[in-house]
Design a protein around this ligand. Sequence first.
Ligand code: G4P
Length: 548
Amino acid sequence: MSDTAPHRTESPASTQGNSSRIDREIARRRTFAIISHPDAGKTTLTEKLLLYGGAIHLAGSVKARRATRHATSDWMEMEKERGISVTSSVLQFDYDGYRINLLDTPGHQDFSEDTYRTLVAADAAVMLLDNRKGVEEQTRKLFNVCKLRRTPVFTLVNKCDRPGEDPFQLLDDVEADLGVECYPVTWPITDRGQFVGVVNRRTGEAVLFRKGADHGQTQVQTDRYPLDDDAVTEALGSEIADRIREEIALLDMAGAEFDADAITAGTLSPTFFGSALTNFGIEPFLHTFLDYAPPPPPRETVDDVVHPEEDDFSGFVFKIQANLDPRHRDRIAFVRIVSGRFDAGMEVDNRRSGQKVRLAQPQTFMARERQAVEEAWPGDVVGIHDRGSLRIGDTLTAGRSLEFRDIPRFSPEHFARISVEDPLRRKHLDNGLRQLSEEGAAQVFYAPSIAGPAPIVGAVGPLQFDVLLHRLEHEYGVEARLERLPYTQARWITGSDAQVQALAAGYDRQLVHDSRERPLILFKTEWSMQRTIEKGADGGVEFHSVAP
Ligand code: G4P
């Protein structure tokens, strides 16, 4: 084993001692999200994590969901699917003494601001890559959100059961593309294109997989030997054994050094190779990930920091799921707990509205079922029934008064002018847009026009528009029309009025304001945006991809 190889931290089961209940609960919590491009294997991996966590016994039950998801093309279909997508928004399960909260980041067509906002509630991310494709578009976008927030990212190269890009080349590409260093904790062992094991650099062992006959439905059996042991040469043959030892020596010599602080700061990504389909390499990944992913950290407030072990409960709303049941107007607000202990039915203050809120009928999400919850701890997510009093970003506290920083608004990539046929309904439209934008269902901007500010809606994923129209009609009685606009980029801009006006002049752009009167420029192309950013930089003008 190399000197720089990571060592296991104390397992949560061994940190009993005299520590208080809250300290123990915090130490064993891991709250994370998987970031990936569609088809990299997120659904499959999620299922395998549940399998290893004992939350399900046979893998394969998620397939039906995948089949329906691909067919999802309209909002009504989405509604039907909601029952599933809600319960899978947060999956809680136990493994090796840890309590794991896996937050689902909606992908595919329902890629939306929710996808980004979920990362604000996660303490770490697992970046799942296809071994033939490396970093893809959605992965890159999500990674950049993690980078911005300095969230630790662990990389899992998936689908190693079939031949892919050379691992050295793949990691070089990841590093160059994302500007992060990779530290391979496991390294693939292949025999004539077959994935037969991994070297675990942390333990210095070769982990050789025994082929199971159940196609990955159950946990994989392995044989483990110290890498230099004769048993490895015997099992793999001397040619392969020597090659693998050389590769590991090369990594030790020339590769990144293991540095726990750099992992925490999000600049070094511990990297693993595996196959979610066959379960090969999943267990070594899970062990190291759980040991090195951070427990719930302190979180910044507007003027201070809240530590998870504080007695007073605090949390924030990061997602609101509307119209779970079309017959009722109820919504579920997802609250990420930051500090203290949560008790069912407790009364908390909503800082923004000044109202008291009773957190009644809270739920957690064990495996695929919702369950009533009596108590919860920092790192956990509880779903609260809400009748419209909560908004995304709301701080909820019991005890001392504080306010978490705003959940950032991320730049949309699709834009449309929105209008109503009947001018008498314009007020209803404005009202609906205001509420839906507060709830985070879409972003609303205003362009100057002779008839007053004309609303433009922006979305991160195009399906958000369908949802918006449907909800305006059914919840606000407004039949609105969308006219798609050719812009693909938006940047908030800070500079003098004259500078903003000058930079916003041009046929391929449009100046708008958000609901807080902050100016943005919408651009048709990435190229014209980059040129404008460079031009602005000379005059000290700043552009922001997240609302300043
Ligand atoms: P997603 O949620 O990220 O979109 O990916 P998902 O798990 O649905 O997997 C996408 C496809 O990749 C599926 O194939 C799945 O079986 C396959 N896959 C996932 N992990 C692995 C892996 O480790 N190795 C290999 N070889 N394939 C993997 P599909 O053809 O779309 O579905 P199916 O017919 O296999 O069910």
